[in-house]
Structure formats: C-alpha cells, structure tokens
Write a protein that binds this ligand. Sequence first.
Ligand code: ADP
Ligand code: ASP
Ligand code: MG
Length: 422
Amino acid sequence: MALIVQKYGGTSMGSIERIREVARRVARYAKEGHRLVVVPSAMAGETNRLIGLAKELTSDPNPRELDVIASTGEQVSIGLLSIALQQLGLKARSYTGFQVRILTDDAHTKARILSIDDANIRRDLDAGHVVVVAGFQGIDESGNITTLGRGGSDTTGVALAAALKADECQIYTDVDGVYTTDPRIEPAARRLAKITFEEMLELASLGSKVLQIRSVEFAGKYKVNLRVLSSFTDVNSTDMGTLITFEEEDMEQAIISGIAFNRDEAKISVLGVPDKPGIAFAILSPIAEANIDVDMIIQNASIEGLTDFSFTVHRNEYKRAMEILQSKVKPGIGAKGIVGDDRIAKVSLVGIGMRTHAGIASKMFGALAREGVNIQMISTSEIRISVIVDQAQVDAAVQATHTAFDLDADEIEAVVYGGTGR
Ligand code: ADP
Ligand code: ASP
Ligand code: MG
C-alpha cells in the first residue's frame, strides 16, 4: 500500500465525462489499497477564459485581483471531482489551497510555495478519504489568494508529494510521457522511458510545457519519485509513462535527450554604445530594478570603440523593457539606437552526453543551415545549446534538429489528445 499523489491537467479534466474518467482511475488505485491525494487543474480553457475576462476590463489587471479570479477554475474542479468520486462510492473531500494551507510568498501570479500544512490531509487520509486538493493556488502570510504561475498545478502536486513524503507523484496529462520534443510539433518524436532529473530541469526551463519548471525543482530538492503519464489510456492500463530518474550513472545514456522551444521571448539590441567598463551594468541594472528577467546576453566585438549589446526577455515584458531603455538608459550612455523584435523564439538541444562529446553544436548549426534557418543568437551550457531564430521558423528548426540527431522514431506512435489544455 502506497501513498500516491496524482495530478490531472486541464485536458484530463476537460468535461464532465473526462472528470468521470479521472474518478474511475482514482477509484482503481484506491481499490488496490493505495492512499490517494488528487490534484486537479482547472477544466481545459478555463484559466484562459478567466484571465480573458479580467483583460476585457484592462490590459493590465491588478495582480492580486487576477489571482482571486484565476484561482476559481481549480475550485470548481475539486468540487466536481469530489462529487464524481463520491458517486463511485468513495469517501472524498476537497480542499482549496488556502484550506490546506499552502503558504506562498506574495508574488502574485507567480508565487512560490514556502510551506504546506499537511494536518488536514493526513487526518482525512487516515479516515479513509481520497483527498482532492486544488492545484495552482495558495495563500500568502497576510491571507491573500495567490497563484503559482501558468502550469502551476504540477508544482502543487509535487510539493504535496514532497510534504507528505508520498511514495510517488504521478502527473497525468494529454500525452503519454515525456518525448524527445513536443509531439505536436514533431510527430516522429520518441517517448522516453526515463529521463534524468537534470535533463528534465533543463527541458522545462527551456520551454517544454509538459512539466512546470518549479515542479521539477521540487522533485530534485526533495527526491520525489515523479512520473508523467496519460489520463487517456484505459483506466486499467499498466503503462507507466516516463520516469524522472536520479540515477544518471546506471543509465545507458543517450547523447541527446530532447529539444525544447520557447515562443515567449523577445530580443532587444542597444546599438552603438561606447565599449568601456560599466556599460553592461548601465544597460541591465534598470531592467533588473524593474524586476524583468533577462535570458540570453550578447555583446559584440567593438569597432572603433563602439559595440552593440543584445539580450532577450519574456515577451510580456518586452514593451516595458523597451520603454525603460528609451527613457532611462539611452540618454545616459549615449547609445545610437534601440531596436527590438518580439517575433523570435528559442530552440534548445539538451543532453548530458554533450559533456563528453564534441561537435554537437556544429551538427546542430549544420542542420539549421541546410533548412535555411538563420541563427540570431547562440548560448551554450555544459548540457545545452540554445539558438534564437525567427518565430516563423521554429517548427522547421525543431524538426531539422530532431532528424539530424537521429531522434526520430521508426514508427510514428506519439499519442496526443485534445487541445492545449489551458
Ligand atoms: P496539462 O494541462 O495536462 O498540464 P500541458 O499542456 O501543460 O498539459 O502539458 C502537456 C503538453 O506539453 C503536451 O500536450 C505537449 O504538447 C507539450 N509538450 C512540450 N514538450 C513536450 C515533450 N518533450 N514531451 C511531451 N509533451 C511535451
Ligand atoms: N490552470 C492553471 C493554468 O492553466 C494551472 C495548470 O493548469 O497547471 O495555468
Ligand atoms: Mg501543465
């Protein structure tokens, strides 16, 4: 008998019939004697709809109120799922994030979990209940409702598994595991039976939406046994999806594990700045003060004492970053101009085998060149190569790289259900 946390995403909870299916799967595990905590997301499309309502009032809604609104999607889900479980004869009780007491910081719309009070959950589990906890939401110290960022129900699931020292955390979604890349973009993507925690962290941070980055961070910190699997297989299926593993050495390690992409970036270049000490600081410190995260940074070699300085930011923060540069930075440093492009994307190749293999970057660049994809920026780490390309060329770049590294499956068998969930 194990304690299992199961998280179900938006598509998995997308209709009353889907919710019944989720309940059937939970019931199967309960009948096998396991103790269960279930974390549903909002029904597919619901979070987008709720945020859209607020944005009808203003393009820049107050973040505290946005959290009040966006968190309601999950509250509906826990009630519905609990009723569906009760209809199957199970004892079930729902909790919002605030009722559990999932304490977070006060960074509205992207709050971090600080602690979880598991007393209610443990009491109900001991009394034989399935405990249904809302994903995505928490409460800050002053009692304000917070949310954990898009995709945050993954993090609720893993954080609960960590707090409860669960035997396993199962993330049920609309694909049957982690693939070499998003199977919606590359149908020849191959499912991985296992992936190392480190690689999963890298893929998630580079844009693979299958797991929210913070959920992977939690799994790493607390050594949570984490699996990604499909809620669309037969309820009695024994398919175990993809295991996120900590045992790097034991694995027969492929050089490349996967390709991630991120369409949410924008590029900014400050042109013709004097090449002297303090310039990077003068450009980036007002950006940092405005709480805008910077991703890739490139400074060109200087010509006649002048250089160009480029960096990327999240697309949502592009306008604000441009304004800050125009008003606060450009006059001070005497830059010739500021140009930006918010129609770019980042494509990244990830694999811990890169540490010990040469020529990976040139192979990737060759594949992109043959496809006619222009590389605008490059950045690398020990286990990753990222390039910035035109947004219109993302699919081609992913597919060309996938093929070049022999990641294509012999037979196309990716199973993708439903829409994009949100
Ligand atoms: P959920 O609503 O269940 O949380 P998400 O839409 O957040 O689902 O995440 C699942 C989606 O992640 C898949 O439908 C797929 O399109 C996408 N995805 C991106 N990269 C990968 C990958 N490497 N492997 C599997 N799925 C991926
Ligand atoms: N419902 C939230 C979202 O759409 C959280 C989640 O699905 O994980 O981002
Ligand atoms: Mg998700």
